[in-house]
Design a protein around this ligand. Structure first.
Ligand code: FEO
Ligand code: CA
Ligand code: CA
Ligand code: CA
Length: 650
């Protein structure tokens, strides 16, 4: 992603010295471990937790984890080497297929990609730009050959204007036009496309009735949940506040147990222009979200992106959008119960009682980690009954206590400070101003929360905290333990009794990223980590079918090497050991790691290849993946296989 440039949270934690915090946390963890052992918990062998304490796992977690306690290396591949060049790299014995590139046709009648003659109409029938989230929904075979098939669901987060268009020069945005802005809007959103597994490789099925484009313009949406129909979402074009016209900055996302696709709207502030009077009722709200960001010129052509004309318009973005991909005619729904913030992802897991829990990061410096727990239970036998589960439930924000405990605080109107007196007239106000509500509850400001995912079976959750160079020494917190955190870290949450609906838990730090050979960085990895195995700026993550963690980066070039994908041990004596698996071409970040259920295909999104300080359409830093002087670099989804058809990473 393009990051948010700055931060806007005015309610940072109390200042405490690093020494005090470490001392208090160390003491607390010591006591905690003793009590857990007394209660029947097991101390895992080998690597101490990265805070210096032996790692513990509760007996109840072990029941859930099955074979989750490992004493040996869980990955087996030959690491690739650190570096940066014009192409991608995988270990010996692996193959990479470029499956979908920006501009590739998605329908039988799609026009061929012509980078010199781009139109919004063509882009609307083609794969969009800057692929990020990748979801995969298996479908039943529909032929006698029983060909495996499924729907690939891919977010197109944003557009890299200077790399996309031949005639846009350095004085962006002033050289943009209405027609080029329309291309950008059509290149945002998402693509749903059927793929079929033929002769050992996934292929795009252009004739599939499921294929669809979802865009920032001309894609009807509805609003549901507490803010649907609320006056604070009203615009001239939508006086009932019920009809959106698109979605944008869809970063990561999720696939639900009932087979829908969740698109998380992240940096929506960047799309707005104009200004409001200081005393306008929405001014403070917009400031809390960094609106207007002025990254794009859309507001010159569409009043919805000009806050001077449509002061409520920013309240229509920053939501999680649910798409029923099995019904290509369905209207996507913005699920306002999940809160409005700069949503990174929205992966879900079932609680012990069958309710659905979504973990979500708000990716900006000093913002928060959230989760949503549905009111009703998932019914595996009644898909229709699940389709509106996300409209009712409780949104929580995380408070990481310095002593290693975790509290989930409900953003519930009428509870605590979320009252009329504080400007919250109803739950609609709470979800529209989720950040301010979380401020008042005392949530913990984090170092840019990106993807948050639950490890299958263990009741543990991993939070990618990408970096935060704005954190000062006097703002250090035990869960964000480094000032000027240039390389990020990964926090591990252990839920109480392994139940994702629990409102308490514990947290720990899995790794502190960056070069472990540079003492001033205070990086923390398992000493078994090779010089290729450490990284910086964790962003997206995924678990494979064996429950092993994989982490993709956005910002590793600050360590002197390209972004990529790393395998990361979470258990046993090798806990905290990384292994380099995939290296992106120069300029690109790596998104959307997604494994098929059989563990034999890994999909990755390679976003903004060819980007760089002075990179343009004419002079990109690479022309990956086509390497054709007439074709600009193209963000693409790749499929990775083991050459012998075996399990990835084993
Ligand atoms: Fe779009 Fe937080 O990365
Ligand atoms: Ca990022
Ligand atoms: Ca991201
Ligand atoms: Ca993920």
């Amino acid at each position: 992603m393009r990051d948010s440039d700055t931060f806007v949270n005015p309610s940072l934690d109390d200042n405490k010295s690093l020494e005090q915090l470490i001392e208090r946390r160390f003491s607390r963890r010591h006591l905690l471990q003793g009590s857990m052992l007394a209660a029947g918990a097991l101390s895992l062998p080998g690597l101490a937790g990265c805070d210096g304490q032996p790692e513990t796992i509760a007996a109840s977690d072990l029941d859930n984890a099955g074979d989750a306690v490992f004493s040996a290396k869980r990955f087996d591949f030959e690491e690739i080497t650190r570096g940066s060049d014009e192409t991608h790299h995988v270990p010996t014995g692996y193959d990479v297929d470029v499956l979908l590139r920006w501009g590739d046709p998605l329908f039988a009648d799609s026009p061929e990609f012509d980078p010199l003659q781009q139109t919004a109409a063509a882009q609307a029938r083609q794969f969009g730009y800057n692929c990020d989230f990748v979801g995969f929904l298996p479908l039943e075979a529909d032929d006698t050959a029983q060909t495996p098939r499924g729907l690939l669901c891919v977010n197109h987060e944003y557009t890299s204007t200077l790399l996309m268009f031949p005639d846009v020069v350095e004085d962006f945005p002033n050289s943009m036009t209405e027609a080029l802005s329309a291309v950008e809007m059509a290149a945002h959103g998402g693509s749903v496309v059927e793929i079929r597994f033929v002769a050992g490789r996934w292929q795009v099925a252009l004739d599939s009735p499921f294929n669809r484009r979802i865009m920032a313009s001309n894609t009807p949406m509805t609003y549901s949940g507490p803010a649907a129909g609320h006056t604070r979402l009203v615009t001239a074009a939508d006086p009932a506040a019920s009809r959106g016209t698109g979605t944008l900055n869809n970063c990561a996302g999720g696939m639900t147990p009932w087979g829908t696709y969740l698109m998380a709207e992240e940096n929506f502030h960047g799309y707005f222009q104009g200004e409001l009077d200081a005393d306008h009722p929405e001014t403070a709200n917009h400031q809390r979200y960094g609106v207007p960001g002025g990254w794009f010129q859309w507001g010159c052509y569409h009043e919805e992106f000009n806050v001077s004309r449509e002061p409520n318009a920013p309240n229509r973005y920053g939501w999680v959008v649910e798409v029923d991909v099995l019904d290509p005619q369905s209207t996507p729904k913005k699920r306002t119960a999940l809160g409005r913030f700069k949503h990174e992802g929205a992966e879900s897991v079932l609680a012990a009682d069958g309710r659905v829990v979504l973990y979500m990061g708000d990716d900006e410096r000093f913002e928060y980690v959230y989760k949503f727990v549905t009111e009703d239970r998932y019914d595996p036998d009644n898909r229709a009954a699940n389709l509106d589960l996300l409209d009712r439930g409780t949104l929580y924000v995380a408070r990481f206590e310095e002593d290693g405990l975790l509290q989930w605080l409900p953003l519930q109107h009428g509870q605590g400070p979320l009252t009329v007196e504080n400007g919250f007239a109803s739950q609609a106000d709470v979800v529209i101003e989720a950040r301010r509500a979380a401020d008042l509850l005392g949530a913990t400001p984090m170092d840019r929360p990106e993807d948050v995912e639950a490890q299958p079976g263990t009741g543990r959750v991993y939070v990618m905290l990408t970096n935060n160079t704005e954190r000062e020494v006097d703002q250090v917190h035990a869960a964000n333990p480094r000032a000027n955190n240039a390389f990020g870290h990964i926090v591990e949450i252990s839920t109480a009794q392994g139940d994702h609906a629990a409102t308490t838990g514990e947290w720990n730090i899995l790794v502190q990223c960056g070069d472990p050979a540079e003492p001033s960085f205070a990086a923390m990895w398992n000493p078994q980590t090779s010089d290729n195995g450490w990284f910086g700026s964790p962003d997206n993550c995924a678990f494979d079918s064996a429950g092993r963690l994989w982490v993709a980066t956005d910002g590793n070039p600050t360590t002197g090497a390209a972004d990529g994908l790393w395998a990361l041990e979470t258990e046993g004596p090798l806990r905290g050991t990384g292994y380099a698996f995939f290296r992106a071409p120069v300029g690109a970040e790596v998104c959307g790691p997604r494994f098929t259920a059989d563990g034999k295909t890994l999909f990755l999104a390679v976003q903004h290849p060819g980007d760089g300080e002075r990179a343009t359409f004419a002079q990109p830093t690479t022309r990956w993946p086509d390497f054709d002087a007439a074709v600009p670099p193209r963000p693409s989804v790749v499929a990775i296989y083991r050459s012998d058809g075996g399990l990835i990473g084993s």
